[in-house]
Design a protein around this ligand. Structure first.
Ligand code: ATP
Ligand code: MG
Length: 616
């Protein structure tokens, strides 16, 4: 068993340990009972299949509501960069996505063919996601700020047949390399100018008009997809290496729905804002599908992060549930509590985070700024939906991820020498003691589990052992059943016989008033094996200096003892993925002068440097 020497997160420095922060009760009354009785088999009754058992994500997300009392409720309220709003009710969304599906069908889209968007958060993006699903195609998001090479690579790997984009992105990123993309048959341009769409492309409006003419949008039939038919192709964030393509099926909508209820506490009547870009799995599972399946009103914002704007949206749009990421919360923190206090959030009742470890400091800051603790959720592109969560109604333990959500069976597996689960003769060992650290594993069977890594069956097979899916993350469970994230198996630092999770060290450093964000790596050392080196971004008003570095080392030693950082470097531009994760592997490669590896997902204008451009 691994010996994790770092202290528990949640014990904030000199303060008494913060055990629990009460959380508002979830809206649903018989909640505890519902958790206890939950089975996927039982939950399946929620699905609305056709008489032959076909299930389609877009039908479950939109059409079932369009036929009932929610038909006139706003499904999505799109804010453009100027703050101007466009709304679509569930009934309108049904019609508009039928037209989009009809347009794709006319273009010759066959079941299983893949469709991509390279678009900012705009109505056309959401219509394409849902229209593709209705046409029986597979939707694959692309992050709009990707450069030409990451775009080309994903279009080629995914053998994408249809791309929806705008003139500028097409001209800059696609046209010069179109010849190397033989599978890309159709490009739809959402904003053709007076001269028309670029050569080799079709105006979006023309494709839609043709769809409208060929099919009656009111009677259009959604493709009869089976629950196990592919629906989504998501590339991972590329934090640890080359992004992998995870394939999800239509049945996943059940997991999106159930977790949106349990972890996000979504109900009809909610106004919900998820700040994740639909370029990533969070932006589809919880930016579109799960919340719509719950009948809420989604708010989307086309603009980049700006603290004042975000507070204004939370207030003006009367947001009730807010799903964001630690990096965004840290940027709000950097902008100061005073700014938050200029606003009130009377409708807000649940604040939730995903993507990276949620530092206790950010949880407590949520209490100050919103009057609500931030609730963590842990999951991966591969899991398709939230797996571990401080779900609605569960008291928050700052620094803990919470518990497996109903229907998810998780375990901590004993590690081998490489930090991953030890597999001996095909068997693994499940650790049962409190606080024992090992690889977080999940028992397959939840509906949104990925069904393949695109074109890589070997890698997929290796992700499973002895009936478990191995996540690559390390965790422990405390005596009360709360789960604690330790780090990615690849990031864990081995120093003088201790295993040190970077998250613990980063969280401790963030308790110092000068520190806005930290990224921690192991640096080879002849005596200790590795020493802990921390890269630190300072808050406004603090300047790097040798004195401050010494102070932070002393502060770390006081908080953490022997596992504290021995070296501090100041870095106002910590490398992040575009989904907002600190890229420790890049910090390490730069430190050691090693090749930097796949950089396709690196945020080019680091969010930390400017307070702008959060891309959760
Ligand atoms: P890649 O697999 O390409 O290296 P990635 O793992 O960052 O990239 P994602 O699937 O977007 O790609 O991210 C999932 C990972 O993010 C998890 O395995 C975990 O390491 C981290 N993560 C997500 N949510 C949390 C959380 N609440 N607490 C701690 N870590 C989290
Ligand atoms: Mg991963």
């Amino acid at each position: 068993m691994a010996d994790l020497a770092a202290p528990r997160a949640g014990h904030l420095g000199g303060h008494a340990p913060i055990e629990h922060i009460p959380s508002l009760p979830p809206l649903i009354g018989d909640y505890e009972e519902r958790c206890r009785r939950f089975t996927w088999e039982g939950a399946r009754a929620w699905l609305d299949p056709d008489p032959s058992g076909h299930v389609n994500m877009a039908h479950e997300a939109v059409d079932r509501h369009a036929a009932g009392p929610l038909a006139g409720v706003v499904a999505i309220r799109f804010l453009d960069r100027t703050g101007e709003a466009t709304e679509l009710t569930y009934a309108e969304l049904r019609t508009r996505t039928n037209v989009t599906a009809a347009a794709l069908r006319l273009l010759g889209l066959e079941p299983g063919d893949r469709v991509c968007t390279l678009l900012p958060r705009s109505p056309e993006l959401y219509l394409t996601v849902l229209g593709t699903l209705k046409a029986g195609g597979v939707y694959c998001p692309l992050f709009p700020a990707f450069g030409p090479e990451p775009v080309r690579e994903r279009l080629a790997l995914g053998r994408i047949r249809v791309l929806v984009t705008d003139t500028l992105s097409y001209t800059r990123k696609i046209a010069p390399q179109r010849a190397s993309l033989p599978d890309l048959e159709h490009v739809l341009i959402v904003d053709p100018d007076e001269a028309g769409a670029p050569t080799g492309t079709t105006p979006w409006s023309a494709a839609l008009a043709a769809g409208w003419a060929a099919y009656d949008p009111e009677t259009f039939t959604v493709a009869p997809t089976r629950p196990e038919d592919p629906a989504l192709l998501h590339f991972t964030s590329g934090t640890t290496g080359k992004p992998k393509g995870a394939v999800h099926v239509h049945a996943a909508i059940l997991a999106h729905h159930v977790t949106s209820e349990f972890a996000l506490d979504l109900r009809p009547g909610d106004v919900y804002w998820c700040t994740a870009d639909p370029g990533w799995v969070t932006g589809t599972s919880y930016g579109i599908l799960g919340p719509l399946s719950c009948g809420v009103t989604i708010v989307t914002d086309a603009a980049d992060f700006e603290a004042r704007r975000w507070y204004r949206i939370l207030h003006d749009e009367q947001v009730t549930v807010f799903y964001t990421a630690p990096t965004a919360l840290r940027m709000l923190m950097r902008a100061g509590t005073a700014l938050a206090r200029e606003h009130t959030f009377p409708t807000l009742r649940h604040v939730v985070s995903v993507g990276e470890p949620l530092n206790p400091e950010a949880v407590l800051w949520g209490l100050e700024a919103f009057g609500l603790p931030v609730h963590d959720t842990w999951w991966q592109t591969e899991t398709g939906a939230i797996m571990v969560s401080n779900y609605a109604g569960m008291p928050v333990r700052p620094g803990s991820m919470g518990r497996p959500v109903p229907g998810v069976v998780a375990a901590v597996l004993a590690q081998g020498a490489d930090g991953r689960a030890a597999v001996v003769d095909g068997r693994v060992e499940v650790l049962t003691g409190p606080d024992e650290v090992g690889e977080l594993a999940l028992r397959p069977g939840w509906p949104s589990m990925f069904r393949a890594y695109l074109d890589d069956p070997d890698r997929y097979a290796k992700a499973f052992a002895d009936g478990w899916y191995l996540t690559g993350d390390l965790a422990s469970v405390d005596a009360d059943g709360y789960w604690w994230f330790v780090g990615r198996a690849d990031d864990v630092i081995k120093s003088a016989g201790h295993l040190i999770g970077p998250f613990e060290v980063e969280s401790a450093l963030m308790e110092h008033p000068a520190v806005a964000e930290a990224g921690v790596i192991g640096k080879p050392d002849p005596l200790a094996g590795e020493i802990v080196k921390a890269f630190v971004t300072l808050r406004v008003g603090y300047e790097p200096s040798p004195g401050l570095a010494r102070e932070l080392i002393a502060f770390g030693r006081h908080r953490l003892g022997s596992v504290a950082p021995r070296e501090i470097a100041f870095d106002q531009a910590l490398p992040h993925t575009r989904s907002g994760k600190v890229m420790r592997r890049l910090l390490k490669a730069r430190e050691l002068g090693l090749p930097e590896g796949d950089l396709s997902t690196v945020e080019t204008a680091p969010a930390a440097a400017t307070d702008e451009g959060a891309t959760t």
